[in-house]
Design a protein around this ligand. Structure first.
Ligand code: HEM
Length: 483
């Protein structure tokens, strides 16, 4: 029997923890020890923070991120300094007022690309995620038009049809891992809508290469530069580099074919036609790096958000019933969802947003300070890193009353401030794919729920870090019951 909404919420409170499969109380106790401060501090003028060795802080941050962040906040308050090997001291803010100041800071004073530089070996040196200043603004300007709200219709039918064909193959009333399925759907959506690939041998080859490369990147250790070492073709990073070379070759061939073709509706076609401010087109390397960036930034993130939302629906039958009722009204007896009418799914939209509040796929965003800046009353010298904790702000009871309670009505007729709710980051670097991701979540989930109801297969789902994302541990075992 599915647990009631309230018991599900308290189960979450006890088990929202982390990737390590040991009792939550032990994870919390260990995190509290790591978060503990030395009585004499660090001797610099930065806010207090854990005194555990940097390597221990890093492991706690990578392996048990939520317990670690909570323990740091409990010990040091909403501003604390973390020490992680290989990066500057990281001043972490979880007060909305400070987050607001970070997002309002210009790119002369703070750099996000530099904070993301560990991603450069995956994404390439032209990636919008790793650039700053004028070069960042120039790439971002070219990438924004394909993601405007009015472009979404072109992608909606692909999202729906890809999901419908996946759903037809799922077992009924049998357990299967949802995360694997949602990733297969979002990968296919990117291949179709961003790369403009059609079914066939080219797409199969690209899908296999990308899946193999992304599986290696799942390991959270590879967001630490020290572990990005090529120890030969049999080592994971060495294998990643060789797969990346094959992916680049496939992408170069795809770009060459498409330059020779008529333009189409997909994002690659728009990038091929885009011009920099000086009138120059994007080079093949720029296009390749941005395609790869859109894939890495938009595939697992959206898949994970879909999985967490389905998990929430599986443990809150009252919410599921309301989503089904709304969907039936919008479907009005038709066999498939009219993507233009998906905007009428306002309650489902609120469910997706509340799932992203309680399960922010990316737990925080980072910046590097380039010139002395004052944030939250703290003077930050050039060279330190700054973090805004999405996870801690989303669970702050001063902003979100009863934060452990899953309550989609928080988002009906209410738009939270961009510094109290920011699953997509903020300021100049706010996620380019936000509208795309929210639209995809609605279409994919509505297409699944048209015929099916998700049923929880495990009472508690822990959170596991995969690279930079927080995903449901165990791939989220779930069962789908026909309606
Ligand atoms: C639920 C799904 C998603 C989540 C939770 C998410 C979250 C984020 C976050 C937190 C950032 C960093 C913002 C900052 O530093 O302030 C970001 C940036 C970015 N995201 Fe997303 N994202 C999602 C889906 C997508 C999709 C579908 C795409 C494109 C296909 C995409 C493309 C990007 C790009 C290109 C950036 C870099 C923007 C810049 O640096 O200017 N994301 N995203």
């Amino acid at each position: 029997m599915a647990p009631s909404a309230n018991s599900a919420d308290s189960a979450h409170a006890a088990c929202d923890a982390d990737s390590v499969d040991i009792p939550v109380s032990m994870v919390d106790a260990f995190a509290r020890r790591v978060a503990h401060a030395a009585p004499d501090g660090r001797g610099d003028a930065l806010p207090s923070g854990p005194s555990a060795p940097a390597a221990v802080q890093m492991l706690s941050f990578l392996l048990t991120p939520q317990a670690f962040l909570r323990a740091v906040r409990d010990e040091h308050g909403k501003t604390a300094t973390l020490r992680i090997p290989g990066i500057p001291p990281l001043v972490q803010f979880s007060d909305p007022a400070a987050v607001r100041e970070v997002f309002a800071t210009g790119d002369d004073a703070m750099h996000a690309g530099e904070a993301n530089s560990v991603l450069e070996p995956f994404l390439g040196s032209y990636s919008v995620l790793v650039l700053d200043g004028a070069r960042h603004r120039s790439q971002r300007r070219l990438l924004l038009p394909p993601f405007r709200g009015d472009r979404m219709r072109a992608y909606g039918e692909a999202m729906r049809d890809i999901t419908a064909s996946a759903v037809r193959a799922w077992p009924r009333n049998e357990r299967f891992p949802m995360q694997r399925e949602s990733q297969a759907i979002t990968l296919e959506v990117i291949l179709r809508t961003v790369f403009g690939m059609e079914d066939g041998a080219d797409q199969d080859r690209m899908r296999d290469l990308l899946s193999a490369a992304l599986r290696i990147l799942d390991n959270p250790l590879y967001i630490v530069k020290t572990f990005q070492r090529d120890l030969g073709p049999r080592s994971p990073w060495g294998r990643f580099l060789r797969l990346r070379a094959d992916i680049y070759a496939e992408m170069d061939a795809l770009i060459a074919r498409r330059r020779a073709d008529e333009p189409r509706e997909d994002i690659l076609s728009m990038l091929l036609a885009a011009k920099h401010e000086d009138g120059a087109p994007m080079s093949d390397e720029e296009i390749r790096d941005e395609l790869f960036t859109l894939l890495v930034a938009g595939h697992e993130t959206t898949a994970t958000a879909i999985s967490w939302t389905l998990h929430r629906l599986s443990i809150h039958p009252d919410v599921l019933a309301r989503v089904h009722a709304e969907l039936d009204t919008v479907l009005a007896g038709s066999r498939e969802l009219d993507v233009d009418r998906s905007r009428e799914l306002v309650y489902l939209d609120a469910v997706c947003k509340e799932a992203l509040r309680m399960h922010p796929v990316i737990p925080g965003v980072g910046r590097v300070v380039k010139k002395p800046t004052r944030i939250g009353g703290v003077d930050l010298p050039a060279g330190v890193a700054v973090g805004c904790s999405i996870y801690l702000v989303h669970f702050d009871p001063d902003t979100w009353p009863d934060p452990e309670r899953f309550d989609p009505t928080r988002f009906l007729d209410h738009k939270p401030a961009p510094y109290t709710y920011f699953p997509f980051g903020g300021g100049l670097r706010r996620c380019i794919g936000e509208a795309f991701a929210l639209y995809e979540m609605r279409i994919v989930i509505a297409t699944i729920l048209k015929d099916l109801a998700p049923v929880a297969e495990v009472p508690h789902v822990r959170t596991q870090r995969r690279n930079i994302t927080l995903t449901p541990a165990g791939g989220l075992p779930i069962r789908m019951r026909p309606r």
